[in-house]
Structures are given as structure tokens and as C-alpha cells.
Design a protein around this ligand. Sequence first.
Ligand SMILES: [Zn+2]
Length: 159
Amino acid sequence: MHGRIRLSDDEWRRLLTPEQFRITRQQGTGPPCSGRYHDFHGVGVYRCVCCGNELFSSRDKSLIPEQWPTFWAPVRQDSISTSPHIVQFLVRTAVKCGRCDAHLEYMLPERRPPAWTRYLINSTALLFHDERCTATSGAGALVSRAGGQNMAEATGGAG
Ligand SMILES: [Zn+2]
């Protein structure tokens, strides 16, 4: 597991688009059946749009387009974290990035095997990394914007 990343809202605001910020840092959501990965079948890894953490593999993605891109399991158990989240008087299990706590969307119990759980993830919170491509572009806002700078330099200057 890589080190955890904690930035202030101002720092995230500088790294992300307004829509990415709203979804990942403010527990936002979007209309169902939308987003670039809703009906998408590339082979590779889905990373956190904020920090580049590997979250889900295309191997575990449901082939049937559901309301949100649906996965049966994370890449590693510690790729994500979960917590109860109350929305419109309903308690749901929120799924977050295990490294930077980006809000990804929800986990639901599933009545069928193999997984018994499914993860409904917002396309805006994800960055797809094609397995056949060796370039490291699209590794997350933090990685791509920070470039070769060290973290202290990249995250300094707030307040
Ligand atoms: Zn992250």
C-alpha cells in the first residue's frame, strides 16, 4: 500500500475540474446511465482520477451496462474503503479511494454469486488506463499535475 494522501479542498480544487471536485471531494453524484465508462469495454485498469491509485480492473467490470459502471471487486482489498453514508434518509455504503478518500459512489449487496457485492462507480471519479499502452499518462490529477515536483512543493502555498 502506498502512503495516504491528504490535501485541503483548495489544493484539490486546483488539481481537479469543477465536476471532478464536486463528485470526488463533495460526495457528489450524477445522472444514471451517463458518463464515459457507462457502456465502455476497454481492457485495463481504472484508476482514481485524483491520485492515480489502482481501483478496479476491467476483468471485474459488469458487461451489462447498469446505472453506473459496475464492478464485482476492487483490484486489492485496500484499494478502497467503505463507510455508511446517509442520502435522502437512506443509509448507503459509500465507497472511497483507499489512498486519498475520493468519493467514488456506492456499494450494494448483490443477491447473486460470484461476488455478492457490487460497486457502482461514477465515471467522473475514474481514469481508465489501457493495459496495452505502456505510457503513464492518465495516472490521476495529482500525479500528472505535480510532475517531477516533490510533494511538499506541489502541495505548499495554501493559506
Ligand atoms: Zn485516490
